[in-house]
Write a new protein. Structure first.
Length: 260
């Protein structure tokens, strides 16, 4: 398809959808020269292009921040911790379960893709205040983010069985959506997640011990709070649909439409 577009004289840009690198590209990197440029959704994602002799444009995002507005000012529950994402081993939910203080409760929201992993998590959660929600719609997730006190995204390069994942997170959409609502967020430093630490209200941890310390601090209301609108505006400026769209147009050297 890309070669056909080039033969038709079209501008051509490629991106990484998150799966393993195609053997064709890995064994024949010169194939990428058919592209005018490559688009990476994070600095980490750009590392997949190191061997290619093609311009790489890092344009992080996008996030639909209009769908995740700043909280309307309703009371948040400081004891409620939320994690959102597919329930798969590289998401590292066991890290949060182990570190959860007794005074806090955790809701894990996401479809169950690995039965053995879910069984493992349920066993680990016994005696702790942990709940699994597999079928919440978008509205229910947004409502949950609006009343939670903390969001945790603990993805890992090495899962509970020791399996290594090269690219567990190319962007970190779920934590970005949480931050957009003004929800204080903890993310691991796995893959692209550490890049979110520049956002107000986002804290990065490297080890399970650091996660436990941050959760304990949150349970004692010792984490500095940032106004919801400040967090939302920061995500919109760096990752919002319009911001990313304008940068993509600039990358492709296409006309930028006037603001309506």
């Amino acid at each position: 398809m890309a070669a056909h577009a080039r033969l038709l004289g079209k501008k051509l840009f490629g991106s990484d959808a998150g799966a393993g690198e195609a053997p064709l590209l890995r064994n024949n990197p010169d194939v990428t020269r058919v592209y005018d440029g490559l688009h990476a959704i994070s600095a980490f994602a750009a590392t997949a292009y190191r061997e290619f002799d093609v311009p790489v444009h890092i344009i992080a995002g996008p996030v639909d921040t209009a769908a995740f507005p700043a909280s309307s000012g309703g009371a948040r529950d400081p004891s409620l911790v939320v994690s959102v994402g597919r329930v798969m081993p590289h998401k590292g939910y066991e890290r949060t379960i182990r570190a959860l203080p007794a005074t806090m409760r955790l809701i894990i929201v996401g479809q169950h893709y690995d039965g053995d992993y879910v069984t493992y998590l349920r066993g680990l959660a016994k005696g702790r205040r942990v709940e699994f929600q597999a079928d919440l719609d978008d509205g229910a997730v947004q409502a949950l983010l609006a009343r939670a006190g903390l969001f945790v995204h603990a993805s890992t390069h090495r899962d509970y069985r020791g399996t290594f994942y090269q690219k567990p997170e190319l962007l970190g959409l779920a934590p970005l959506e949480a931050i957009s609502t003004g929800l204080t967020t903890l993310v691991s430093n796995a893959a692209a997640l550490g890049e979110l630490g520049v956002l107000p209200g986002c804290h990065v941890f490297e080890t399970d011990e650091q996660l436990a310390t941050m959760l304990l601090a949150a349970s004692r209301n010792e984490l500095a709070l940032v106004p919801d609108v400040v967090m939302h505006d920061a995500v919109t400026e760096r990752y919002g649909l319009r911001s990313v769209g304008l940068r993509l147009l600039n990358m492709m050297e296409l006309p930028i439409p006037c603001a309506s």
